[in-house]
Design a binder for this molecule. Structure first.
Ligand code: HEC
Ligand code: HEC
Ligand code: HEC
Ligand code: HEC
Length: 437
């Protein structure tokens, strides 16, 4: 009986381990060298007839910024950040290494592990201790490997958790305004766009589709937005993370509410925030996207989101109401929406309708703040690409749309020079080019 219980507990532990982030799992990280052998993932060119490219190591090393993430910490700009924070240096500081390397505990580093490899294979695919043996045969099904601790990078929910843990932060790693004040760049992230711009070391072909489920780009975008909101709300609900001493943690607010020249008078009421002039605003860019998605895909939640967003703004800007309570409520909604979006089968009509709604929100002035415009632009690109892939736009329609979206990118290229009127004109172009349902 005791033994059965033990086995049951072990099974439970392994299911949990499977869902754990690579940086938080129990497995030893063997090091990039153990993946990069010439007959494994270290080929100089794609290997014909192989299920995977096999030159993943070279792509990562030569083109992927994750391979340089540690090296960046040795540069003068990182040294300056470290000095401003009173740290001896950046490349040994836990606060930096947690996002710029695969900074697992000393006892979880294999013999070939090198911290200087930056964000290496196992930083995303999970420590190889238990799965490497079964994996080298090349025939063990993905599901089996995932039970042994390989991370489900193909699953949009798991991927969102993984990428956001560094690109937005979580309870253990976070770019505070203090770190930004010391010189760290502003973080901007959208899951589908960043998936696209990460130099692909994999190919989604027929054989890949046989082994893995492939999420559409819009779904990746949608899940990423809901997860980003959930993450942010978890931070806001926690007074320890929400405050930086006596002051609120400013990185939750719209950077440009404070950081723009006083000669550039551009304040306009933004419907939905309820916040007057001269106040700092919470950065609601992801929430604007989530609300848009919810209105289409989960209308009852969409209705509530508008009110909840307003309550959060009132609490965070004017001290009316309880921030933790508002954040907890929004976290619950976004967690439900993560699951809804992960199950939804996106069709061409969804994409067209979302695009139309996005343009309408823009007309209504919802993207007057830079953060919203930046997210709206990446959303449009994701929607256009997905529409093309599903056959919902002809090549000519897609090209016209793409050219219009380029104007949105141009209007948001420099955050400090952002002009809502220029962005609004770019959106008109998108409206003209968008295929109708
Ligand atoms: C929560 C995770 C996180 C933490 C903590 C963090 N960073 Fe970063 N850092 C990032 C991400 C993500 C980027 C890339 C942003 C982008 O390009 O979208 C980045 C970018 C940078 C860049 C610019 C790199 C480039 O290629 O332009 C420097 C420099 C930098 N970080 C230094 C540091 C230093 C020094 C520390 C410690 C004080 C630190 N970071 C802590 C996540 C983090
Ligand atoms: C920043 C995260 C990240 C890093 C670092 C990373 N990968 Fe990946 N990898 C992904 C994602 C995302 C995918 C696509 C989703 C999937 O197929 O699981 C992927 C896919 C793959 C695939 C394709 C799997 C298949 O079924 O066709 C292989 C092989 C692979 N990675 C190997 C590597 C190797 C080797 C390294 C290190 C040299 C590495 N990856 C580094 C995120 C990463
Ligand atoms: C362990 C932390 C970590 C994880 C996990 C992570 N990243 Fe990164 N990522 C970084 C850091 C740090 C940088 C900046 C590196 C630099 O500039 O040198 C970066 C840079 C990038 C860049 C380059 C951005 C630019 O400005 O050119 C892309 C794209 C990217 N990451 C996508 C992803 C995706 C997609 C995932 C999830 C599959 C992911 N990242 C997971 C830490 C991480
Ligand atoms: C409530 C207003 C406020 C908000 C919101 C805010 N900041 Fe700041 N920021 C400040 C103040 C005040 C300073 C300190 C200025 C000084 O020392 O001269 C500062 C300093 C900085 C600096 C250093 C400037 C320097 O002179 O070296 C950077 C970079 C920065 N903030 C980035 C950001 C980013 C990125 C965001 C959004 C995530 C943000 N800030 C949000 C008020 C704000």
């Amino acid at each position: 009986m005791k033994q059965i219980l033990l086995i049951a507990l072990m099974a439970l532990a392994s299911v949990e381990a499977q869902a754990q982030l690579p940086s938080k799992g129990p497995d030893i990280h063997l090091g990039v060298t153990s993946c990069g052998g010439s007959t494994c993932h270290g080929a100089t060119q794609p290997v014909r007839g192989s299920q995977v490219l096999q030159n993943e190591y070279l792509i990562w090393q030569r083109q992927d910024k994750h391979a340089k993430a540690y090296a960046v910490l040795l540069e003068p700009r990182s040294q300056r950040i470290a000095k401003n924070l009173g740290l001896p240096n950046a490349h040994e500081a836990k606060v930096c290494l947690d996002c710029h390397a695969d900074n697992v505990a000393e006892n979880l580093r294999g013999r070939q592990f090198q911290i200087s490899d930056g964000v290496g294979c196992e930083g995303c695919h999970g420590g190889g201790q238990r799965w490497l043996g079964a994996h080298v045969s090349g025939v063990t099904p993905t599901a089996e490997l995932q039970k042994l601790g390989m991370y489900a990078t193909e699953d949009p929910v798991a991927r969102a958790e993984l990428c956001l843990s560094c690109h937005l932060g979580d309870e253990t790693r976070f770019v505070t305004h203090r770190i930004m004040g010391a010189g760290h760049p502003r973080l901007a992230f959208e899951l589908d766009t960043f998936t696209e711009i990460q130099p692909a070391h994999y190919q989604i072909d027929d054989d890949y589709r046989k082994r893995k489920t492939v999420a559409s780009g819009v779904q990746t975008w949608a899940v990423g937005q809901a997860m980003a909101v959930s993450r942010t709300m978890a931070g806001l609900a926690d007074a320890g993370r929400r405050m930086a001493g006596a002051f609120p943690e400013l990185s939750f607010y719209d950077c440009h509410a404070c950081h723009h020249p006083m000669s550039n008078l551009r304040w306009q009421a933004r419907d939905g925030t309820g916040v007057g002039p001269g106040m700092i605003r919470f950065n609601d860019a992801n929430l604007l996207m989530l609300r848009l998605l919810a209105r289409r895909l989960a209308p009852e939640e969409g209705q509530a989101l508008t009110t909840q967003l307003q309550s959060l703004h009132a609490a965070m800007s004017e001290g009316r109401g309880d921030i933790s309570a508002a954040a907890r409520e929004l976290k619950a909604v976004s967690d439900r929406l993560v699951q809804r979006f992960a199950r939804h089968r996106f069709v061409a009509d969804d994409m067209r309708a979302l695009m139309t709604a996005l343009v309408a929100d823009g007309r209504g002035g919802q993207f007057n703040d830079y953060g919203g415009a930046e997210q709206a632009t990446m959303a449009l690109a994701s929607l256009a690409q997905a529409l093309r892939r599903i056959g919902g736009a002809t090549e000519a329609q897609y090209n016209e749309l793409k050219a219009a979206i380029e104007q949105c990118y141009a209007a948001t290229a420099k955050d400090e020079a952002y002009d809502p009127a220029v962005f609004a004109r770019a959106l008109e172009g998108v409206e003209r080019a968008a295929p109708r349902s």
